[in-house]
Design a protein around this ligand. Structure first.
Ligand SMILES: CCCCCC/C=C/CC(=O)SCCNC(=O)CCNC(=O)[C@H](O)C(C)(C)COP(=O)(O)OP(=O)(O)OC[C@H]1O[C@@H](n2cnc3c(N)ncnc32)[C@H](O)[C@@H]1OP(=O)(O)O
Length: 719
């Protein structure tokens, strides 16, 4: 909806009214069309101002409308009519002007922005391009290089940057609407021909062809298979090379292809999934909107290895006072130096002062006594962690929240070491912890809603996407990784190479294939866990590595590499070889290929030809099957939680929406059928056995992902 008021006698003020972000819904578009006609027909009105209610100009098209039948007046003719108007139209931009919101502003003759406003064309992040003239008007207004940057990245720019680009005409610290109204009065009688951006020539640098080629190459390299960034470059190229009307036609064609693509649907699903994870719930019924967090002023981190350092930096950068504890003097000094360096580099990038004074270092656990929340980040060893939790419980205030950065150990066992187990939760960060966006907040059976709410809020404050998950081995992310890694090893046993498996996964869109990723993380990490679990040992009778553990197929390949000191990048050898320890350039290793041949011969395994389809289906469907088990067990509340974890924590390609959304797009019956096929071929691999929830969803007619929760509820109630 939109409201019309006459201000100062001669200015027609149109206010967009569609909370929370004044998106351009059908009703809003209808309102703009009607009220523009009214303003143009009233003789007393000499100029028009368009603004948004509640200090927000416009968040763009209403994304919720994309899924259904579009109705109401279309955006493009509406914006053309504004540009063609006989009276000056001024956009008063407060808060945000994004996507269709900025395109609307570009159709106006002038743009006045508040100094705190942000503008941008983020359509690419939704699998689209600025399809309401944005791809044609923006390069005409600010030039091709700047427009390519904004449109292909979707980044938001500040009002100051927008002014520098010439994207807005003026910025103000005062009431933007008042300033825009005065401005509109001043320009009421001025000619408008020079203010219609669609009539501008598109000024191009002399080497524009080279520029487009370079940008296209960069975009293809980084897009990981996403099609929207490429279409964005093509649309801007049309602006640079074609007259406006033909450019608009090209924009329309490209947009039509994107709009109906699976990628746009996946990215739009993911937009809402990111927001849905904030509305967490626990099986007890506790929820985000009924559980209040307690403020945290002072936080503490115990253990300053790689993870502890990253967590300390993330907290200090967000303005928290942090006590950082490392018991060994040498490690403490080293950590202090590294943390200061990280803070200084981060501050330089953001143009702010480094938050060095936010951190107090100590060697004694006593120094965390008055912290409101402590995050333990010591080595991944249950006995050690238990000891730390006992000590923390003894020294901390009774109200202190005690959190563990474990990547998969039992939170309940840690909670049992403390006086107040209800204040214990897991806070599973991902390395590097000051960079990676994901945080799994893990509640155990004793964790209180207060503790979950507080950890979730802390995560938000330090800029993380936090997902509340239940307590089980590996939580959500690492639990699903297990069958994925396992299948990758089985594929090597059966004839594949690490290079081939990685190539297939990277073509699918992962930033790194499973073996490159393992080399980067360090093969010894999983090896230590398997040793602690009693898995990575040779058969006591034969001394040979056994391919069967606890009645299930087991691949000792990773263990055998570790026994050779091949820990990945850090030792210069792993699934690949590297020029030197620490190098990141992976090269195929002939030694590894011979090793695989010998291994197969020793175990009488006959290598067969493994194709793309088998790699993808076995790695991904086994992981997805585990995802369904996680939903069935109530460890994740809904498929969105899993998808957000996988995109932010495990480089799952965002344009595929996440593993559970991917399963829905492939078709649940197909996933089920292929799992049945592979399970029949490998009956000693339980992770390939289709789980009950998947069967139930298929039996229920494979409902859309938004309806899965209803089936999940039924399945859980039957268990
Ligand atoms: C052939 C077809 C031709 C069509 C041509 C027209 C095409 C136009 C393209 C577009 O305009 S696409 C949309 C472009 N806009 C965006 O991408 C903006 C998306 N929104 C955001 O980035 C953020 O929400 C925000 C606006 C910066 C606000 O962030 P904040 O952190 O303050 O709040 P949120 O929690 O993110 O959002 C609050 C609430 O609002 C909902 N919402 C936000 N934007 C939209 C939108 N454009 N449409 C519908 N709903 C929107 C969001 O989902 C939240 O609600 P929820 O209930 O919590 O989910």
């Amino acid at each position: 909806m939109a409201q019309y008021t006459r201000v100062s006698g001669s200015v027609g003020l149109i206010t967009l009214q569609s909370p929370p972000v004044n998106a351009l819904s059908a009703a809003v578009r209808q309102g703009i069309v009607d009220l523009m006609q009214r303003a143009l027909s009233e003789p007393e009105v000499k100029s028009v101002v368009i603004c948004g209610q509640n200090g927000i100009f416009c968040g763009g098209a209403d994304i919720k409308e994309f899924g259904g039948q579009m109705s109401g007046p279309p955006l493009i003719p509406m914006i053309h009519a504004i540009e063609a108007a006989s009276k000056p139209v001024v956009a008063a931009i407060e808060g945000i002007a994004l996507g269709g919101g900025l395109e609307l502003a570009l159709g106006c003759h002038y743009r006045i922005a508040h100094s705190k406003a942000r503008v941008g064309l983020p359509e690419v992040t939704l699998g689209l391009l600025p399809g309401a003239g944005g791809s044609q008007r923006l390069p005409r207004l600010i030039g091709v290089p700047a427009a390519l940057d904004l449109i292909t990245t979707g980044r938001h720019v500040t009002a100051a940057e927008a002014l520098k680009f010439g994207l807005v005409d003026q910025i103000t610290d005062h009431n933007t609407v008042n300033v825009a109204v005065k401005f509109a009065q001043r320009v009421a009688d001025q000619p408008l021909d020079a203010r219609r951006i669609s009539t501008y020539p598109c000024l191009c640098p002399s080497d524009v062809a080279v520029l487009f080629e370079e940008v296209m190459q960069r975009v293809r390299r980084t897009a990981r298979g996403a099609i929207a960034p490429i279409a964005c470059v093509q649309a801007v190229r049309a602006a640079a090379t074609l007259p406006y009307n033909q450019g608009m036609e090209r924009e329309r064609e490209l947009m039509a292809t994107l709009f109906t693509s699976g990628q746009a649907r996946a990215l739009q699903y993911f937009f809402f999934a990111q927001r849905a994870v904030g509305r967490w719930s626990m099986p007890s019924g506790a929820r985000w909107d009924t559980s209040k967090p307690r403020p945290v002023h002072k936080a503490a981190v115990i253990g300053l290895g790689t993870m502890g350092r990253g967590i300390t930096v993330a907290l200090a950068q967000a303005g928290f006072s942090v006590v950082a504890v490392e018991t060994q003097e040498k490690q403490l000094m080293e950590a202090k130096q590294k943390i200061s360096g990280m803070l200084e580099r981060g501050a330089k990038r953001r143009g702010v002062a480094p938050a060095l004074d936010k951190i107090n270092y100590g060697r004694n656990i006593q120094s965390v006594a008055d912290a409101d929340l402590v995050i333990e980040a010591v080595f991944e060893d249950m006995a050690l962690k238990k000891k730390v939790f006992q000590q923390l419980s003894a020294v901390c205030k009774p109200s202190t929240f005690l959190c563990s950065n474990t990547s998969g150990l039992d939170i309940d066992q840690l909670a049992c070491q403390t006086r107040n187990p209800e204040l214990v939760v897991g806070m599973h960060f991902f390395a590097p912890a000051h960079v990676m966006k994901l945080l799994e907040v893990v509640y155990g059976p004793k964790s209180s809603p207060l503790a979950v709410a507080t950890a979730m809020q802390l995560g938000k404050k330090i800029g993380k996407v936090s997902v509340a998950v239940g307590n089980c081995r590996g939580f959500v992310g690492n639990r699903m990784l297990k069958p994925y890694l396992e299948q990758a090893l089985f594929l090597l046993e059966e004839g594949a190479t690490p290079e081939f498996v990685d190539q297939v996964l990277e073509e699918f869109g992962f930033a790194m294939g499973v073996f490159r990723m393992s080399d980067l993380s360090g093969l010894d990490v999983g090896w230590k866990v398997r040793m602690a679990d009693g898995l990575a040992m040779p058969d006591p009778t034969t001394g040979q590595p056994t391919r069967l553990r606890q009645g299930r197929r087991y691949s000792p390949l990773g263990d055998l590499l570790c026994e050779q000191g091949r820990f990945g990048q850090k030792t210069g050898r792993g699934w690949y070889q590297y020029d030197k320890p620490g190098s990141q350039v992976a090269k195929p290793d002939p030694w590894l290929h011979s090793f695989l041949d010998e291994y197969r011969a020793r175990h009488a395994l006959v290598a067969h030809r493994i194709d793309h389809q088998e790699v993808l289906e076995r790695c991904l469907y086994s992981m997805i099957n585990e995802g369904f088990r996680i939903l069935e067990d109530g460890i994740a509340a809904g498929p969105e939680d899993i998808d957000v974890i996988y995109v932010f924590g495990y480089s799952w390609p965002r344009h595929r929406g996440g593993p559970m959304f991917y399963a829905a797009t492939v078709g649940l019956n197909k996933v089920l059928e292929r799992l049945e096929h592979y399970y029949q071929a490998h009956p000693d691999v339980p992770s390939l056995q289709p789980c009950h929830l998947l069967r139930k969803l298929v039996a229920s007619g494979s409902p859309p992902i938004q309806k899965w929760r209803e089936v999940i509820k039924k399945v859980r109630s039957q268990l």
